[in-house]
Design a binder for this molecule. Structure first.
Ligand code: ATP
Ligand code: MG
Length: 386
């Protein structure tokens, strides 16, 4: 990017705020610009800008503190959104397929060039819909995007916004969007299907439908000024009017075998694991989400600290078998073996992939000697043969 254009985005927004007499927007973006100037080494300019901010406000707020208090629900006074400073987070690396990265990177590069696109009169609608099964990285990706853009993430749980009284629902929606319009950040509408459920339900009051429509109008009115992400586990509930509002879309699916190897790698931390062991774990975790793998590792780390013993493959397999049943069980072959005996397990794994589950590998996975693994699988062979 041409260096002179680096700060154009914020300048446009400050001018926009000034023309609308939106002092909060002017202040928020000016202070954001000061932070950006600081980071770019333009310390003198940042100081000058901060001084201007101080001079214009005789209530003397400390430098850098701006009106970024999030809106609250009219009835319960609960905050409607949560602000996350993603810079402080130590997330394991995000694992996506190349085709998925392409879409994410396209969105990021357009977002970074927003100011230039605006100055060329190319309208940019920066709305990105993330959908797919639970635990496949939608929220993780939202954090990644905010991090890459150097912005805070504002998470709005839509059912929280909607489940209050009708009158306050409209006010809440307006509050969320007005806040987004004047505050630098990425707006993340989580559990987005909450909105679609309202509209699809024929029994519902006409007033509720009006609420949904007002939501769509607010989203449209935000235009090219803000960056909006939405996430849902139930994309099938969203109707065409809503899909149309999102020009970028990404399905986050269960991780492939290769992705599971990387996920194990990213989450095992100090638990030692050879490349062959990772390959075994990736196979055993077929049908598991990134979140399942991450949770399994957290559980292993806890045990490691509590028992002061480093878990091996048999312990990891134990956790995986425990995690295999329940929601999504039909996708995991291990669910059928959750309560199988070690011998049945040996036979099932051998039948699944005799090359991968060699006798040495089975011995390592089950925590027995190679001779025992051999005997168990041979007994299986004789059962199959009869
Ligand atoms: N693709 C992935 N790459 C790296 N880590 C992942 C991935 N998917 C899930 N995880 C891990 O699992 C955790 C939980 O995932 P996340 O909260 O992003 O799922 P989600 O899709 O938002 O689920 P939900 O629909 O339940 O909100 C993440 O913080 C991360 O540690
Ligand atoms: Mg989520």
């Amino acid at each position: 990017m041409n260096d002179d254009l680096r700060f154009l985005d914020e300048l446009f927004r400050i001018v926009n705020g000034a023309l609308r007499l939106d002092i909060a927007k002017v202040r928020n973006y000016s202070s954001f610009l000061a932070e950006k100037l600081d980071k770019a080494g333009e310390v003198a300019a940042a100081t000058r800008l901060r001084r201007l901010l101080e001079e214009s406000d005789h209530t003397l707020k400390p430098v850098g503190i701006t009106n970024r208090a999030v809106p609250v629900d009219g009835e319960s006074r609960f905050p409607l959104m949560e602000r996350i400073d993603v810079r402080g987070l130590a997330d394991p690396p995000l694992v996506l397929a190349d085709a998925q990265w392409n879409i994410v990177n396209e969105f990021l590069s357009v977002s970074k060039s927003q100011a230039q696109l605006e100055s060329h009169g190319v309208s940019t609608s920066l709305t990105f819909l993330l959908y797919g099964p639970p635990g496949c990285g939608k929220s993780r990706l939202a954090r990644h995007i905010a991090g890459e853009l150097g912005l805070d993430l504002y998470i709005v749980r839509l059912d929280g916004v909607i489940s209050s009284y009708l009158g306050s629902t409209s006010k809440n929606i307006r509050g969320v969007f007005e806040f987004a319009a004047r505050t630098p950040g990425v707006l993340f509408l989580d559990e987005f299907d909450a909105i679609a459920k309202l509209r699809g339900d024929e029994q519902e009051h006409g007033e509720l439908k009006r609420v949904v429509n007002s939501f769509i109008q607010n989203l449209d009115a935000l235009g090219s000024q803000s960056i909006v992400l939405a996430a849902t586990n139930h994309a099938e509930l969203l109707d065409r009017a809503i899909w149309r509002r999102f020009s970028y879309r990404l399905e986050l699916t269960l991780p492939s075998l290769g992705e599971r190897v990387i996920l194990w790698d990213g989450s095992l931390g100090p638990i030692p694991c050879s490349p062959r062991d990772k390959r075994l774990l990736a196979d055993l975790s077929e049908g598991f989400s990134g979140s399942d793998i991450h949770e399994a590792c957290l559980r292993l780390h806890r045990t490691r600290i509590a028992t002061r013993q480093t878990p091996g493959l048999p312990e990891i397999l134990g956790v995986l078998r425990n995690f295999a049943s329940g929601e999504g069980a039909e996708r995991r072959f291990l669910a059928r073996l959750a309560y199988a005996s070690p011998q049945e397990l040996a036979q099932a794994l051998r039948a699944r992939d005799a090359k991968l589950y060699s006798h040495a590998a089975l011995a390592a996975v089950l925590g027995v000697s190679k001779a025992t693994a051999y005997r168990w699988t041979m007994e299986g062979d004789s059962i199959h043969a009869t």
